[in-house]
Ligand binder design. Sequence first.
Ligand SMILES: Cc1ncc(COP(=O)(O)O)c(C=O)c1O
Length: 367
Amino acid sequence: MENKTVYLNGEYLPLSEAKVSVLDRGFLFGDGVYEVIPSYCGHLFHFQDHLQRLENSLAGIRLSNPHTREQWQQILSPLLDRNVDQYIYLQITRGVASKRDHAFPSDIPATVFAMCSNIVPFVGLNEGVKAISMDDTRWKFCNVKAITLLGNILHRQAAVDQGCAEALLVKNGYLIEGAASNVFAVIDSVLCTPPKGNDILPGITRDVILELARKNDIPYSEDKILFSSLQVASEIWVTSSTREIIPVVELDSKMVADGKPGPVWQVMNSIFQAYKQSLIMSEQTFFEFPCEFPVKAMGKAGIDLDLLVIEIVRRHVPDVKNDAVTTRPSKDGNFVAITVIIEASSKKQLDAIYQDLTDHPSILMAL
Ligand SMILES: Cc1ncc(COP(=O)(O)O)c(C=O)c1O
């Protein structure tokens, strides 16, 4: 067992020494909720959104939040490493009662546990994964991120048993979500995902993708999806905090479109990565200016993107030479990535370049 430092009820201690009573209601009943929060280079991704969902989950099981948002920040920060991408696992249970009884005990403190693990890049991201579909057998409050995950576990294991990465759950003929992910499909060129409600966990990744689709004029809809309509889907993705956006290329042993990750996924994945990078950048203060800095932008092939990028960069760094620019086409030749090496003088200058690049309709991502 990796003996990292974890947090348990006010203390930081080695994982091997973190112990809870067998009378803890998490152990006896699965009576608790959890959160999984990615941290990129020590920056907690959409932290306030995760805390809001935690508050909603706690309210959903009638457990009061043991800490304020500021206290959560203080509790979790010492677990983070600025040099790697990680995720926090945070769990709150209804605590340790003196006897086993279904009804809530009165006046006992909640058990609070948090640990941090490295994010291992998901194998299969670029090739896509296989999935199966299954009738959703879980309970009626799937919007609560409850630690009681037996339904999800059995679905995911059924997928793994068939050599698949995920089970897509179906209720009354409608696509719901994955066993541990939200689901998207591209149908008639529209990015579709099921609406929020008790049937799905309101994924933070899902919300970020919808916001990025809105900002980048990618047509999308949050509406019920008939499972049968997946037969004409050109793309299917599953999304979650630790796996991000994974293309599903085979469903129930049938290829999705041509069995390869599709163009909308390529674009959204690039936009998502650039967005993550921009959040990290916006928090970073450890650059020493002036410094050499690679400005990167990506767009569709077929236009003189290099000229456009250099023109935008020159608005802020007039003396950039033409030979500071490199152009790299994507594998399929549909996109092109431009890098311009500049002598950056301040973070403000980099932010302004980034803003101008992302504002331009021909630039799909900038970082
Ligand atoms: C059932 C379920 N739906 C959706 C998600 C995706 O949520 P998020 O994007 O916040 O990780 C998860 C994540 O674990 C999940 O378990």
